[in-house]
Design a protein around this ligand. Structure first.
Ligand code: AMP
Length: 361
């Protein structure tokens, strides 16, 4: 009886979903799930390594995309509540200004959908402490901590919930996140084996653009550009004012040669600038080096600064404009939550029914 009720509920929700999703149909089953943490401004690495890929995916009619602001992940380590509140809005504004279109994808704030944490609790029963404590990121991040928050151990399970709650089968990831995606795949395999098929296997979507996958720090080009680098001088945030972008590029670490050539091992600083040039212009490395043949490093840096400033100018204007209307941003996130919640409800009805947690209504 309950199963019949459940399947009626699922079917009626499906009809509602059809109205909300351009791409929801039996033939177009690829569901992409991805998230970004509201831990500070978006830099060039985040833009080329993640956001630009989201833009391509949301415009692909064979996929439905579920993108969220992963605020629950950003409290994995101690945080400042006021900064978090602000970062959620500025990240939403940056993503919208970059071209994320809430009509083409489901765009929402993770913590608004309680099912993420509910599913996490259920999945935890399928995993061992040993499996999680051997993950490379846990080992690396916990090394110097006196007290290790449990969230640091458990967040890969929240990541798994983020994906499978929406039955995601394509997950854009970098190499560093692959071990976590394996956890999600193991959980899917185990859940389906014990309780019957509910979740499709989440597969990695890896970018083949090596330049976009690793934008390097302007100060330490042997490392990735990162929000957590001690100095912000190694970073360009995409909403930085022109004078900041210019200063960061002019002071980027290079070497004692004054010409422009690409050789990542021998000349990592200049080569990183050429990589950024390639990402912003679409030109090949050879074209860039040939155009810059007669320039000194300083002249080249100045030309690159002009290019980067121009490239991000429309995003910066739109971002500043959006921030004048926080209510508008909140309304978009609210609408996204409503869409996300319907899918999450459906999945959790199935999960609860399969594992024996039958709600009485
Ligand atoms: P994070 O905020 O560091 O968790 O990163 C959000 C997204 O940006 C992830 O998909 C990362 O793989 C990507 N990302 C972060 N830093 C870089 C970088 N320096 N180069 C390319 N992609 C990056």
């Amino acid at each position: 009886m309950f199963d019949r009720l459940c399947s009626r509920l699922i079917i009626s929700n499906r009809f509602k979903l059809v109205k909300h999703f351009r791409f929801y149909s039996e033939e177009k089953v690829n569901t992409v799930v991805s998230a970004i943490q509201p831990t500070g401004p978006v830099h060039l690495g985040n833009y080329f390594g993640a956001i630009k890929i989201w833009l391509d995916l949301q415009n692909d009619p064979s996929r439905q995309c579920i993108f969220n602001i992963a605020d629950l992940h950003s409290i994995t380590l101690p945080h400042d509540p006021i900064s978090l509140k602000n970062n959620i809005i500025t990240l939403a504004a940056t993503l919208l200004a970059s071209g994320i279109d809430a009509e083409k994808c489901t765009f929402f704030q993770q913590s608004r959908i309680y099912h993420h944490t509910q599913l996490t609790w259920i999945l935890l029963s399928l995993l061992s402490f040993g499996r999680l404590s051997h993950l490379p990121q846990y080992k690396e991040k916990s090394t110097n901590l006196k007290e290790i928050p449990l969230t640091l151990l458990l967040y890969p399970v929240l990541q798994a919930s983020d994906i499978i709650l929406y039955k995601g089968n394509e997950v854009p990831v970098g190499n560093d996140q692959l071990p976590h995606l394996h956890v999600a795949r193991d959980l899917v395999e185990k859940f389906n084996r014990i309780y019957g098929f509910v979740f499709p296997e989440p597969k990695p979507l890896m970018s083949d653009d090596a330049f976009a996958c690793k934008v390097r720090s302007l100060r330490k080009p042997e490392k990735k550009m990162s929000k957590s680098e001690a100095t912000p001088k190694g970073r360009i945030d995409i909403t930085d004012p022109p004078e900041v972008i210019r200063e960061r590029i002019m002071k980027a670490v290079t070497d004692c040669h004054s010409n422009i050539s690409y050789d990542f091992d021998g000349r990592p600083g200049v080569s990183n600038l050429i990589s950024i040039h390639k990402l912003c212009s679409g030109l090949s490395i050879d074209q860039i080096c040939s155009e810059a043949r007669s320039l000194t490093t300083e002249q080249y840096k100045s030309m690159l600064a002009d290019l980067v400033i121009e490239y991000f100018k429309p995003i910066r204007f739109k971002y500043l404009d959006l921030l004048k209307n926080v209510d508008y941003i909140s309304a978009i996130l609210n609408k996204g939550s409503t869409k996300a919640e319907m899918i999450a409800e459906n999945t959790m009805s199935q999960v609860n029914s399969r594992i024996g947690l039958i709600p009485y209504k």
